[in-house]
Design a protein around this ligand. Structure first.
Ligand code: NAI
Length: 457
């Protein structure tokens, strides 16, 4: 059977590519060995948001809610019910992906696909002993949690003491004491859940700050907020060993141990580029990632790689867009992946939404910057809804072109309105044009308007 496109991997990169290609009338086969939806739907973005919503609701039933005049007696978390609801959410969305495949005439195989090589007809992929041939191949094999060579980690994973995001999203019982290794995105989002629902949660981070590349001030404020909820942070602390009853870290040349009941390992993810036979087509792989150009083309003719497996921007929304870029390129439509305004969000409580450059990045790029820093209390809705909130927003403008080049916001709803800043950056809107936009009132997003009027260029 000859297909126009075979897609290997049914996560956000793969299923969107398959959907768009099918919609355009191409004959498409999607091969996925696990569940449709990939990491994002099954053990990443979506399940973590489901859990976090339970902890947010619970948070309002505690002393925090009393600030709003709300008193709840006897509120408790039923971890099994939280996880069961999360499963329901996943099921709904995974069946939505299956329906989208069907609606766009995409054939789906639930098995592992391996590249066999090229024939006169096209690229050959083997699955379940059958050979499928295609004119174009899109590799979308995703990423996996990094497992470092730290003594005790492998044994801990085998015994269930050490979890990756996968297990941490499915725990049926709440641990009394949790240590999170890595204060990056996954570590902080899951700490935001476990810390609020009553686990004594400690985060051990090698760097002197949490949340990696985000703005230093926002990172410090976020940490302060977490500490208010009782979480502990060990910064500049490198985990050197995992014992059967705890985590040993080294700080300033001294070793200390944190005793706990469970450990979450969240020290980063790495592209999966070696499980589908890329060597059969001599596809170039560098530092574990498939090398692609801005159209997501690999060095092998008619072979594309989208999403985490190319390591360019390991986010579900980037993967969607890369899937579309690859399909448009196959269809002969002019398109390319632009990375300058990819929003990134930490779904912590409060959320942090960022897009574009930080002040340091803009300066390093030689931009003459004007920085506006505003407390979120400049937005009326924020004050009404965030008793004692310490949110801030930072906007970086380019003085020469009078454009916005970066926005960094710590506030509820920033995940939703950071997109507006992304559009302004992507479309290179001038401050004058931004000032003409009418924002809904009252809305937290009005902070953008405040910044546009506060900036002096
Ligand atoms: P990360 O790269 O964000 O953070 C890992 C942290 O672990 C770093 O701060 C690093 O310094 C620290 N670390 C490494 N080795 C250590 C050691 N031995 N001891 C102590 N600390 C150590 O990686 P994370 O959180 O695992 O997330 C992986 C990826 O998943 C992200 O880069 C992102 O692409 C994606 N993701 C995105 C989300 C979002 O957009 N909301 C949510 C979850 C994941």
């Amino acid at each position: 059977m000859l297909y126009d496109v075979i897609v290997l991997g049914g996560g956000p990169g793969g299923y969107v590519a398959a959907e768009r290609a099918g919609h355009a009338g191409l004959k498409v086969l999607l091969i996925e060995q696990r569940a449709l939806g990939g990491t994002c739907l099954n053990e990443g973005c979506i399940p973590s948001k489901a859990l976090l919503n339970s902890s947010k609701i619970y948070h309002y039933t505690t002393e925090y809610g009393q600030k709003y005049g709300v008193y709840c007696e006897g509120s408790r978390i039923d971890q099994k019910a939280v996880v069961a609801r999360k499963e329901k959410v996943i099921k709904t969305l995974v069946s939505g992906v299956a329906a989208a495949m069907k609606a766009n005439h995409v054939e789906v195989l639930n098995t592992t696909g391996m590249i066999r090589g090229r024939s006169a007809e096209g690229i050959e992929v083997e699955a379940d002993g059958n050979v499928y041939t295609c004119k174009n191949l899109i590799i979308a094999t995703g990423s996996k949690a990094s497992v470092p060579p730290i003594p005790g980690v492998k044994e801990g994973i085998a015994s269930g003491f050490v979890m990756t995001n996968r297990e941490a999203l499915a725990l049926q019982e709440l641990p009394k004491r949790l240590v999170v290794i890595g204060g990056g995105v996954i570590g902080l989002e899951l700490a935001a859940y476990y810390g609020v629902v009553g686990c004594e949660t400690s985060v051990v981070e090698m760097l002197p700050k949490i949340a990696g590349p985000i703005d230093d001030e926002i990172s410090a404020l976020l940490q302060k907020g977490y500490e208010k909820d009782g979480m502990k942070f060990y910064l500049g602390a490198k985990v050197v060993r995992v014992d059967p009853d705890g985590v040993v870290y080294e700080k300033d040349g001294k070793e200390e141990k944190i005793v706990c009941d469970k450990v979450l390992l969240a020290i980063g993810r790495k592209p999966v580029a070696d499980t589908c036979g890329v060597e059969k087509l001599n596809i170039q792989v560098e530092r574990g990632a498939i090398v692609v150009d801005e159209c997501c083309r690999t060095n092998a003719v008619n072979v594309y790689a989208v999403g985490d497996c190319n390591g360019k921007s390991m986010l579900a929304h980037s993967a969607y867009r890369m899937g579309e870029v690859a399909v448009n390129t196959i269809l002969g439509r002019k398109d390319r992946m632009r990375l300058k305004a990819i929003p990134s969000v930490l779904y912590t409580n409060p959320e942090v939404g960022c897009v574009g450059m930080t002040e340091a990045q803009a300066k390093a790029a030689g931009i003459d910057t004007a920085v506006v820093k505003l407390p979120m209390v400049y937005a009326g809705r924020y004050v009404a809804e965030n008793e004692g909130g310490n949110g801030i927003a930072k906007f970086i403008f380019d003085k020469k072109y009078k454009t916005l080049v970066g926005a960094h916001v710590m506030s509820n709803y920033s995940s939703e309105f950071i997109l507006a800043c992304g559009i302004m950056i992507e479309k290179e809107m001038t401050v004058d044009a931004i000032r003409e936009i009418v924002f809904p009132h009252p809305s937290v997003s009005e902070i953008i308007r405040e910044a546009a009027f506060a900036v002096q260029l």
